[in-house]
Design a protein around this ligand. Structure first.
Ligand code: C2E
Ligand code: CA
Ligand code: CA
Ligand code: CA
Length: 279
């Protein structure tokens, strides 16, 4: 049994260890899941706490496994990344989220930025810009309502290449956010070189803001940094009122987290759009 793994072929033998076997299993199951339409996109609102309006919706993929039920990305995204299956899965997520957003805009809901995660493999894909252009055309979605999230690690892999790609995306009117900001290896220098719109403060820092003076200091500093660089700042993983109040006190007005809503299926998200402003 030969199975494609990226650009190399891997031969399955009984001596293969359990972990590799499990991987191969997951890979095959993911292929089938793509064919059988087993993926689903859930959306989590980003809320502007001054207006109470939903300003963004982050698309988060789930796998509706026929036996296991709902499987979360933590259990399959890494294997999808390593096998290259993240490319077709990611395209499907982007198309689905754009179609959904377009449908809601056409139905008269106030427009909301669609936020889509891009993995390293996706970002480094040669025809990324063409793929995104095609999906925007096919779905009729206005690029100014699309925000792509990439991590510092992805950005720093090949800085010259990153500058080129981000400039092309920015020219199209697409927004760029740095996900998990503060957790990766990067230099502040790139904030100057790259056309970035948003910094997203990682959940690990938000978790500690009320109990840990170092987390509080880091979060406060990121908020000021973003303001001084004229970037939008979004706090992710806001779970409690104390965290919410801390962030509000630091003049961070865009938030995402369970305190507002968990990621929910499209029908439920439409319910959230209907009962705005959020409170
Ligand atoms: P992420 O991009 O950092 O997304 C935020 C994760 O935190 C999501 O987990 C979300 O459900 C969770 N979250 C949001 N608010 C809270 C909160 O208040 N408390 C806690 N404890 N968690 C919160 P999820 O959906 O399991 O996704 C995990 C990761 O998988 C994402 O992290 C992202 O890196 C990746 N991922 C998800 N969907 C996609 C996708 O379509 N493409 C790619 N490339 N990666 C994806
Ligand atoms: Ca994200
Ligand atoms: Ca992430
Ligand atoms: Ca995160």
């Amino acid at each position: 049994l030969a199975k494609e793994q990226g650009n190399t072929y891997q031969l399955y033998t009984p001596s293969m260890n359990d972990k590799a076997y499990e991987r191969l299993n997951t890979e095959q199951a993911l292929c089938k899941a793509l064919e059988n339409d087993e993926f689903e996109v859930h959306y989590q609102p980003q809320v502007n706490i001054i207006t109470g309006q939903i300003t963004g919706m982050e698309a988060l993929v789930r796998w509706k496994h026929p036996e296991k039920g709902l499987v979360y990305p933590g259990d399959f995204i890494q294997i999808a990344e390593e096998t290259g299956l993240i490319i077709p899965i990611g395209e499907w997520v982007l198309r689905t989220a754009c179609l959904q957003s377009k449908a809601w805009q056409d139905a008269g809901y106030p427009p909301v930025t669609v936020v889509v995660n891009l993995s390293a493999r996706q970002f480094l894909q040669q025809n990324l810009v063409e793929t995104i252009t095609r999906i925007l055309q096919e779905t009729g979605m206005d690029p100014k309502w699309l925000e792509l999230e990439i991590t510092e690690g992805v950005i720093m892999k090949d800085v010259d290449y990153t500058v080129k790609v981000l400039q092309e995306l920015a020219k199209m009117g697409i927004r760029i956010a740095i996900d998990d900001f503060g957790t990766g290896y990067s230099s502040l220098n790139y904030l100057k070189r790259f056309p970035i719109n948003t910094l997203k403060i990682d959940r690990s820092f938000i978790q500690g803001v009320v109990s840990d003076i170092q987390d509080a200091a880091i979060v406060s500093t990121i908020i000021v940094l973003a303001r001084n660089l004229n970037l939008k700042v979004v706090a992710e993983g806001v779970e409690t009122e104390e965290q919410y109040l801390f962030l509000r006190g630091k003049q961070c007005y865009d938030m995402q987290g369970y305190w507002f809503s968990r990621p929910v299926p499209a029908e439920e998200f439409e319910g959230l759009l209907k009962r705005q402003p959020f409170s």
